[in-house]
Design a protein around this ligand. Structure first.
Ligand SMILES: [Zn+2]
Length: 1083
């Protein structure tokens, strides 16, 4: 049994890395083809098993990385014999000896409160998406040939003075895994596309092509010879081939966390810099299912000037087309000037395939997709096939196509027109290149040689298009200066996407929550490994390299983990498992605890021990208070969960020792079990006592901050009291079911199409309610047929004690066409307004609209959802991306899992039936508001406490059991920083940069910092935070304990551009919400 547990433990830690690929296969989301369009072959489940085995091996590698890195850091410390650990004077008695005492009030500089508190003023020519949603009726009239639009007409003489300039941009969308695996797609399609590209672009210098997925490109690059590489370099230099975006993948934009969005962008851009010297200028995102301003911000910070998006609600597209606002400067909601602006083109029609890109009529445009010529494998669903261009038909064909170009052009403000030419995995065969390029060239030649047509048509890259657009508006080529023909400024996001009718893509916010959780675990582990690895390298540079430290091998593993994580961010991939836990038995008595957060911290650590008689000692030999709890699937044995409050310096390693033996400071938890409101006595509960209370009374659990009142009959929360002012709030937890509609189109992996409002979950069996009371935490665990629901309160003064931990383990494998949600009903008067985050980076205010169907009111929740009234805010912080809504005032709802029998006709060809038992984790935080923000502002910010609680939830202390061998040196704590980072400053990553010559690391690292925006308008209660705010300033040299700052240079987000700065490089200064990267060398 021990072995299998151990396997589970390592499995869960390790699982992170691997899971990326599961997504590749399991979870691809497709591109809605037109209703009659081509069908992609069905997923082959048979190949999955092998792949999963392979993935598990990869996972094992990831765990090894962290283990190796941890060992080397520890060993290095020993070699160096540097005793500077925690600052002296803090080694006093008791449990709190390791950290400085926390101030009673959160010390926030008043200037740091101004950002969130400013009054909102809209840009002059501004489009605010919240206003657009208020304005639109969301009706869906038949628009004629452009079904979701309107008739477009023009005058023949409109281009007489200034000809229409058409850029036909050949592209091929290569999903890194969907119906096939990454490797299979590469073997069967992608490598042929790229090989043919080299040949076919060289045949004619007028031909162009864009490429965006570096995951594929780098694999191909590794497989081609130097001659072909030179040919590629020439194509890039001549401008025939352009790398657009240049990320590792084209990421999903709803469920992804900004850590991962940045990481995959850096990985792609770093690869480009090392191998091609290319700096992408333009973003290209044709397939993500809705778009986030976070990605716009990241691209801008990476130095890109332009971007393109495609999957936006059809009503929004139609409205923008009528207003000619499909091209705009995308500005962040929180931006006070124009510093975040990026020029954005929104594609107007239904899809990015050829039928929906030349103009409004797909029946006509399809005739200009020459891959569909008669006799080929695909045809036009509108039944009019393309004709090869000949001298006989060229005039008619050119005029027909030009008519579409002109109509499309009427939706934009300039005479420059973009016409993408491609689809998924296009240009695989040489003949397809010939068909497209030769026929189009004939059309262009005809158009360009007839001045009376007033058109200049050509192949182009996406940056060719933007360059011409900028020129025609008088803008400079890269800057954001508005020219003589101003484009509007837009703020807000493009969720929730609908491609037709009431088909809202809110299902994929939740689909396969297991992987969504696993993704967050992987991100947290990768970040921890990155930071430790960079610190290790710096130590090596300072003190010399120990012989046995595998710096290059570890770097290769890290690179693999980064790329796996990158692939996982592809527009479908994303993950999770339960708590990270470690088996401690007689062989492993030392516990190293790593604090991945950049502030000093006290948090609960729980490990599995083989005896409840155990004593916990900290690094200075003091006994630490501990709690042992029963392991419920094994109550008769001596095993137990051991919990204690570990303290760790920022980014530091603490060491704890576990000794067998009776210890009064280790207390056993007490239990009460109830069913149907009556207490049940458990006989075999050998090492633990039971307690009793009056049957009918609600159960109470409490800590210094909170008191919860829980029904004995249902085991669910009913009331929550804040001890700071003795206020009691009605806060009720329930579970609810959704079914799926009886219409032809039903819910699937992407779409949420519920039958009606949710019905309350009422299981036939009354649940078993288990109450745990102990010195360090108390909890109530309620077991229903489909859910095990746990509410836990930590008895900790400080962050961990301020919120309620909620864990729902969901198993709906026995159901069909059901979705299960957690609903929290409060007495807050929030009306129709609530807030969800975007990518864990920013908060987007939402409004529940009665004119929209229920499923349209669900939004992605990557890190949190909250609602508020003038006196309180209720936040649900999450450890996995899920779909969330507030369908009634005071109510929050989160879909937790979905099991669906059928495909939703978006190309996947299967339902969602591979559900796994999934543990969803949350923190519920109730805060008193002391100053109400302006209700109409299009931005909102979490409190510092909320930010910190989120960090604790998603970056738990990492505990690692270490075998204590007599020959190994004794372990001591490690503390790389002399103080916490400011409370609002987040170390996104400290990422070792790859050496240009070898596969290993260089001496430099990328320091990525984010200054969070936060709202001060909350009660300044004792949050016991061990940090303060500093108006965005960090003096790195002063923060480091014994490492020195050898050099620091400000660079763009992905290190493509180096900025010259007059400012003191020692002092880093960030504006609120800003993300900055520095090239750093420590020694
Ligand atoms: Zn795709």
């Amino acid at each position: 049994m021990k072995l299998s547990r151990q396997f589970t433990v390592f499995g869960s830690a390790i699982f992170c890395v691997v899971v990326f690929s599961l997504y590749l296969m399991l979870d691809h989301i497709d591109h809605s083809k037109n209703p009659n369009g081509e069908r992609i072959q069905k997923g082959q489940l048979g190949i999955l098993q092998d792949k999963i085995d392979h993935l598990e091996r990869l996972l094992a590698e990831n765990n090894e990385i962290i283990g190796n890195i941890r060992d080397s850091v520890i060993n290095l410390r020993e070699t160096v014999k540097d005793g500077k650990m925690f600052p002296e004077g803090n080694m006093s008695q008791g449990d709190l000896e390791l950290l400085p005492p926390a101030p009673a009030l959160l010390p926030i500089h008043s200037e740091d409160c101004q950002f969130a508190a400013r009054t909102y003023s809209k840009a002059a020519d501004g489009v605010q998406m919240l206003d657009v949603y208020d304005l639109l009726s969301f009706d869906n009239p038949d628009g004629g040939v452009w079904k979701q639009g309107f008739d477009i007409s023009y005058q023949d003489n409109e281009w007489d003075n200034e000809p229409l300039q058409v850029f036909v941009v050949p592209h091929s969308h290569n999903d890194p895994g969907w119906l096939k695996t990454f490797d299979d797609y590469y073997r069967d399609q992608t490598q042929h596309i790229l090989n043919n590209m080299v040949v076919k672009l060289h045949e004619d210098s007028r031909r162009k092509m864009i490429w965006s997925e570096i995951s594929y490109f780098s694999k191909w690059w590794d497989n081609i010879d130097e001659q072909k590489r030179d040919a590629v370099r020439r194509l890039i230099e001549s401008g025939q081939l352009e790398v657009a975006t240049g990320g590792w993948v084209m990421p999903d934009e709803a469920n992804t966390h900004y850590f991962a969005l940045i990481d995959q962008l850096v990985e792609g851009h770093q690869w480009l810099e090392r191998n091609l010297g290319v700096k992408p200028k333009t973003g290209w995102a044709v397939d993500p299912f809705g778009h986030t301003p976070t990605q716009a911000y990241l691209l801008r910070q990476a130095g890109l000037s332009n971007m393109l998006i495609q999957r936006v609600h059809y009503s929004v597209k139609k409205h923008f087309a009528s207003q000619k606002t499909l091209e705009f400067f995308w500005r962040q909601n929180w931006d006070q000037d124009s510093s975040s602006d990026i020029l954005c083109h929104m594609m107007p029609f239904y899809s990015y395939d050829v039928p929906h890109t030349c103009g409004p009529d797909p029946k006509i445009c399809c005739q200009f997709d020459f891959k569909r010529l008669p006799g080929g494998r695909i045809s036009c669903p509108w039944r009019i096939p393309p004709q090869a261009i000949t001298d006989n038909n060229v005039q008619e064909r050119a005029q027909t196509l030009l008519d579409q170009y002109r109509k499309k052009s009427k939706l934009f403000r300039t005479n420059v027109l973009l016409a993408p030419l491609g689809d998924d995995f296009r240009y695989t065969e040489a003949v397809e290149w010939d068909q497209q390029f030769e026929n189009y060239q004939k059309l262009f030649d005809y158009m360009n040689s007839h001045p009376e047509l007033h058109v200049q048509a050509q192949f182009g890259t996406i940056s060719d298009y933007f360059e011409a657009l900028r020129k025609s508006t008088g803008m400079d080529p890269v800057g954001m200066n508005v020219g003589q023909l101003a484009l509007p400024v837009l703020s807000g996001d493009f969720f929730t996407y609908a491609d037709r009718d009431d088909h809202y893509w809110s299902g994929y916010f939740t689909s396969r929550p297991f992987y969504k959780r696993l993704d967050r675990v992987l991100e947290s582990h990768l970040r921890a490994a990155e930071v430790l690895y960079s610190l290790t390298l710096a130590n090596i540079q300072k003190y010399g390299q120990p012989n046995d430290y595998p710096a290059v091998d570890n770097y290769k593993l890290l690179t693999e983990a980064r790329r796996n994580l990158g692939l996982f961010q592809h527009h479908d991939a994303i993950t999770g498992t339960g708590k990270d836990w470690v088996v401690v038995d007689y062989g492993t008595r030392l516990l190293v605890v790593y604090n991945p957060t950049e502030q000093a911290r006290m948090s609960m650590v729980t490990v599995y021990v083989t005896t409840p008689k155990v004593r916990v000692l900290n690094a200075v030999g003091h006994v630490v208070r501990a709690q042992v709890s029963a392991v419920w699937n094994d109550v008769s044995h001596a095993a137990a969960d051991l919990s204690f409050v570990a303290q760790a310096a920022p980014l530091g390693l603490s060491v704890y020792q576990l000794m067998e033996g009776m210890e009064p400071r280790t207390e056993a938890a007490k239990y009460m079990i109830l069913q149907d409101g009556r207490q049940i006595s458990i006989s075999e509960l050998e090492h633990f006592q039971q307690f009793y209370q009056q049957d009918a009374a609600p159960v109470h659990i409490e800590n210094p901050h909170l008191k919860l009142s829980i029904s004995t009959a249902t085991g669910l929360l009913e009331k929550m009291s804040l001890k700071e002012d003795d206020s009691e709030h009605l806060i009720k937890v329930e579970f609810v079911w959704y079914g799926t509609t009886s219409n032809k189109d039903k819910s699937g992996a992407y779409l949420f199409l519920p039958d009606k409002e949710a019905t309350i979950y009422s299981p036939s069996q009354p649940p078993v309610v288990r109450v745990t009371k102990g010195p360090l935490f108390s909890e109530v665990t309620t077991t229903f047929t489909h859910i095990t629901h746990t509410l836990r309160l930590y008895n900790i003064q400080g962050v961990e004690g301020q919120s309620v931990e909620i864990c729902n383990t969901v198993d709906i494998r026995g159901e069909t066409n059901h979705e299960i949600a957690m609903r929290i009903t409060s007495d807050l008067n929030s009306k129709d307004r609530f807030f969800t985050d975007l990518n864990g980076y920013q908060v987007q205010p939402r409004k529940t609209l009665a004119k929209l169907p229920l499923q349209a009111n669900f939004y992605p929740m990557t890190s949190m959802v909250y609602l508020q009234d003038s006196s309180a805010r209720l936040s649900l912080l999450t450890a996995q991306s899920l779909g969330a809504a507030s369908l009634k005032s005071g109510q929050l709802e989160v879909i937790m899992d979905r099991r669906l029998n059928q495909d939703d006709n978006r190309g996947l060809g299967q339902g969602v039936l591979d559900n796994k038992i999934t543990a969803n984790s949350f923190r519920l935080l109730l805060e008193k508001r002391s100053s109400a923000e302006e209700e109409s502002a299009p931005y909102s910010y979490p409190s510092i406490l909320s930010h910190m609680s989120y960090m604790y939830l998603n970056h738990p202390l990492i505990s690692m059991a270490v075998s204590q061998r007599s020959e190994s040196p004794s372990l001591t704590p490690y503390s790389p920083l002399s103080a916490s980072f400011p409370c609002d400053m987040h170390l996104v990553n400290l990422r070792a940069i790859q050496s240009k010559v070898r596969g290993g690391p260089s001496e430099q690292a990328a320091l990525i910092l984010h200054r969070k925006g936060f709202d001060c308008g909350f009660s300044n209660r004792n949050t016991a935070l061990l940090c303060t705010t500093t108006r965005g300033k960090v003096h790195l040299e002063k923060l480091l304990t014994d490492l020195k700052l050898k050099s620091i240079t400000p660079v763009s987000l992905s290190l493509m551009h180096t900025y010259n700065s007059d400012a003191d490089p020692q002092e880093i200064s960030l504006k609120p919400m800003e993300i900055r990267t520095y090239r750093l060398q420590l020694s």
